[in-house]
Ligand binder design. Structure first.
Ligand code: NI
Length: 162
């Protein structure tokens, strides 16, 4: 396993649309290693989620970990099938390490995906998990949170005001 370099603001790859993963290829070492590296990279930087595009790989894979005492969630080719309500969230992104702002997200999200074994899974998440799922699926579509923040809510953390 290895920590991968996180692509940051200004890197054009963040605006690209990621490609579906061929279900047959999920068990291949290349994909398995990518998933493990994504988890390790997310954890190293204390993130709650990471999309493959953020480590420079345009594949529809995300990892999410709300609670570090639990196992991370791995979503391959995720599709949001249901969403309910809305919540105003404080949000950040490992690709925008010094920026935080408020974003409106669904309050509840249901997502269908394949897991790291290639099995079909369905997860319904509320609150922070719903926010994380929506944020990470956006990444796969080339969308970043900074483009959907509520006006006037951007906070930029500099070494002086940390
Ligand atoms: Ni992000």
């Amino acid at each position: 396993m290895a920590i991968r370099t996180i692509r940051e603001e200004g890197d054009e790859i963040l605006k690209k649309i990621s490609k579906e993963v061929d279900a047959e290829s999920i068990k291949e070492e290349k994909i398995q290693t990518l998933i493990k590296d994504m988890i390790e990279t997310m954890q190293k930087y204390n993130g709650v989620g990471l999309a493959a595009v953020q480590v420079g790989v345009l594949k529809r894979i995300v990892v999410i970990q709300i609670d570090y005492e639990e196992e991370p969630i791995i979503l391959i080719n995720p599709v949001i099938t249901k969403q309910k309500g809305s919540q105003t969230c404080e949000e950040g992104c490992l690709s925008f390490p010094n920026k935080f702002a408020k974003v409106v997200r669904p309050e509840e999200v249901t997502v269908k995906a394949l897991n790291e074994k290639g099995e079909e899974i369905e997860i319904t998440g509320k609150e922070l998990l719903a926010q994380a799922i929506a944020h990470e699926v956006d990444h796969l579509n080339g969308e970043v949170f900074i483009d959907k923040i509520l006006p006037g809510t951007l906070e930029v953390i500099t070494p002086e005001n940390k």
